[in-house]
Write a protein that binds this ligand. Structure first.
Ligand code: C5P
Length: 236
């Protein structure tokens, strides 16, 4: 199934994960890629090391920021964190859908107009044992669909999904939610620790709107050429 969001430009479909230990290394890559990449993901490692200054610094280059903090706390605390992210200028922020409806609705209520909330269903590192040891007695796919539906009913804007769940989520949700897919590898890149990856085009053909890609770009000796190659593949 082709993504219904064909109005998204090829360039905007790519989100580069800035999985670096320091601001200096992250900004060095952003300056190399600034002509070709519109959006960067800042995750727990870089945010914990550098704080909100890293968001301001990358946003100051004109880029959009996807802040991947996977919030999961009491509704009031999550709502305040969402509001703070909006004030920082963050454009996309992740929350754990397993936080439940009250937490999700509080997050939605607190979001500023430019901020999209993205729900995390079941982490791809989870196994059936992970679910059962935390008291969830459903299979992974059933739990993913349950949480996705909870996110939709709570007003969440999009979902983070493995490339293998994109198709079923797109079929269930129609075009109501944007789907963001990590675990993507172009044929010419190393797999690294990603085990069940697909190519960028397979993910898009299955219904993904956005691709989150790190090491195939960040670990390439010529990251700019890697981005151009990837964008060329997607455009084709
Ligand atoms: O370097 P790589 O392309 O594997 O990076 C993918 C990014 O997406 C990383 O920031 C990783 O934490 C994130 N991610 C993932 N798989 C998930 C959820 C997030 O790889 N299921």
């Amino acid at each position: 199934m082709k993504s219904p969001s064909s109005t998204i430009s090829t360039r905007d479909r790519l989100i580069v994960a800035l999985d670096f230990p320091t601001q200096a290394r992250a900004l060095a890559l952003v300056s190399v890629l600034s002509d070709s990449v519109s959006t960067y993901k800042i995750g727990l490692q870089l945010y914990t090391a550098e704080g909100p200054g890293i968001v301001r610094a990358v946003a100051a280059t004109g880029a959009k920021i996807f802040l991947d903090l996977k919030l999961h706390d009491i509704p009031n605390t999550v709502a305040r964190a969402v509001a703070a992210a909006g004030e920082l200028g963050v454009r996309m922020l992740t929350v754990h859908l397993s936080g439940g409806r009250a937490m999700l609705e509080a997050a939605v209520e607190a979001r500023s107009p430019n901020l999209s909330l993205l729900g995390v269903t079941v982490l791809t590192s989870a196994t059936p044992e992970t679910l059962s040891e935390t008291g969830v007695n459903f299979g992974i796919e059933e739990q993913v669909l349950r949480l996705a539906e909870l996110g939709r009913k709570s007003g969440i804007d999009g979902l983070i999904t493995s490339p293998h769940e994109v198709r079923i989520l797109r079929e269930r949700l129609g075009d109501q939610m944007k789907l963001f897919t990590p675990g993507v590898r172009p044929s010419w890149a190393e797999a690294n620790d990603q085990k069940r990856f697909t190519t960028p085009n397979e993910a898009l053909q299955s219904g993904a709107d956005y691709l989150v890609i790190g090491r195939p770009i960040t670990a390439d000796p010529d990251p700019r050429a890697a981005v151009e190659r990837l964008l060329g593949e997607i455009a084709d």
